[in-house]
Design a protein around this ligand. Sequence first.
Ligand SMILES: Nc1ncnc2c1ncn2[C@@H]1O[C@H](COP(=O)(O)OP(=O)(O)OP(=O)(O)O)[C@@H](O)[C@H]1O
Ligand SMILES: [Mg+2]
Length: 379
Amino acid sequence: MTKLIILAPLSPSVRTPSQISDVTKAITDFLNIISRGPWPSTIKADMTAAIDGLDETGLRLLGSDYEDLQTFTSLPSPLPPTSIDIRPFYLRTDSPEPESCDDTDPTHTLLPLPHLSLSPLYSTLHFPNNIKSTVTSYLLNTLLLSSLGLKKEICSLNRLILLTGPPGTGKTTLALSVAQRLSEILGSGILIRIHSSSLFSKWFSESGKKVDMLFNAVKDISEDYRLAVVLVDEVESLVSSRNNESMIEDGVRGVNAVLTGLDMIKNLDGVVVICTSNLVEGSRVDEAFLSRCDGVWEVEGPGGEGVGRILRETIDELKRVNVLTVKDDDKLNSKLLEAGKRGTGKSGREIRKAVVKMWSEMGGGMGIEASDVLDALWS
Ligand SMILES: Nc1ncnc2c1ncn2[C@@H]1O[C@H](COP(=O)(O)OP(=O)(O)OP(=O)(O)O)[C@@H](O)[C@H]1O
Ligand SMILES: [Mg+2]
């Protein structure tokens, strides 16, 4: 049976263990009451409104495969206590903190997790496959294995993954949303976002030293957290192939230092490293780096249904502020289906911008009908 995981963001006023236990009990009771009847479609909003002590960002209900549950109708009533797993956490609101490991340009930025700014990302990313839950489950499982004290010489895990794919397909957003979800499930964490470009120094022979200092900083920071997610965007700039003839000696030293650094942090149990790249083809990325990755996932475009969902989200948001109108919801849905077909193959980034761009080309202003905008898209 599906285990129901309830991610429960607590309001800052809930602090003591007894307050937290009151909130978790209220969630269980509430679930048991409403599981007797048909589950209302507004369940998330209902629960959040009904339970004192929850943050207004709302509960997230997941299946045990860490994917959001769409329907609850198959769950038994009342729910057996063993099928409910409540994970309370606080959403952080701190500003991102740029840091430098050598008192020059910032080399990395720290963001405490789970963070309010990352909260909506997971549910607004749409893929034709289950890549979100696959990557989340994979990293959670590797963290679990590490915490069991496996012998590293027998069962080797680097907790290092690579997301590849064309520009604008959501690699960085996926990495951020997975970091957020991991920290929601585990209760807290820190995001360490590496500034790849600042690591290769203009001073000859400095890069290797800078990279060493950065990995030592990652080690020090991670010691204070149960979970540290290191995000390296455009990793090809850090680990471009050493076979490349134009690579200067400093670059080779830098790549060597990254590889040594990765080997060092794999021994830190709560650390996962997520890298992204859109240049893996044609041996641009060093083979020794690729062989250290536990998993490489190709991130695809959103597919027809995903295109429709992204367009719908944009339209709903513009409707909320009265920029677009929707006279007939059924008509809009069929137009979304058609636009989804026409937009298949385009990147998520392009689709997110499409409605606003077309609205502007149609003269902008308040009150344009959303179906007319969809009709004009990619036609
Ligand atoms: N599949 C998707 N579903 C919903 N939104 C998406 C999707 N793919 C991309 N987007 C949106 O497009 C924008 C760009 O995404 P992002 O920066 O993560 O892409 P990227 O793959 O990292 O691009 P690049 O290779 O240029 O770094 C974000 O606002 C993101 O939310
Ligand atoms: Mg990116």
